[in-house]
Design a protein around this ligand. Structure first.
Ligand SMILES: [Zn+2]
Ligand SMILES: [Zn+2]
Length: 133
């Protein structure tokens, strides 16, 4: 196999349902501006802001993410440091959580966000020290 990506095992903070599916995280999405509902699959790789969706999501659009299992809103009362859109939070199986920006095209949109270096190192440490095989 080629390069191994750091795939995060994420779950809903409300219902604890696992949301990582392979190397994607599938979330329900709603775009207020256009009234569209759909599904967005975010890359579960740390720092990768690739998004796969059938929805028409222009760069700069803020997306409301919901858990596909319990429909809880995933936004938290915190603004993106870069663009001031609401941040979204998911729990990490290894402990803790990751946050990302809800605005398409923002650098903070990657899971793991814009990474504050300290935060990122913490996260990496937690992930690599996990005693799983
Ligand atoms: Zn849920
Ligand atoms: Zn942002």
């Amino acid at each position: 196999m080629s390069k191994s990506l750091l795939i995060m095992d994420l779950s809903c903070p409300q219902c604890a349902e696992r949301l990582t599916d392979g190397c994607k995280v599938r979330l329900d999405a709603y775009i207020k501006e256009s009234g569209q509902h759909g599904v967005m699959a975010l890359s579960a790789a740390f720092g990768d802001y690739t998004v796969v969706t059938d929805m028409d999501v222009p760069e700069g659009t803020v997306v409301e993410f919901r858990c596909p299992k319990c429909e809880a809103g995933l936004a938290i009362p915190l603004e993106c440091k870069l663009c001031k859109a609401p941040m979204v939070s998911l729990n990490l199986a290894q402990g803790g959580y990751v946050e990302f920006c809800s605005r398409r095209g923002c650098k903070g949109h990657a899971l793991g966000g814009i990474g504050d270096i300290d935060q990122m190192m913490n996260l990496m440490n937690r992930m690599f020290e996990t005693p799983y095989d």
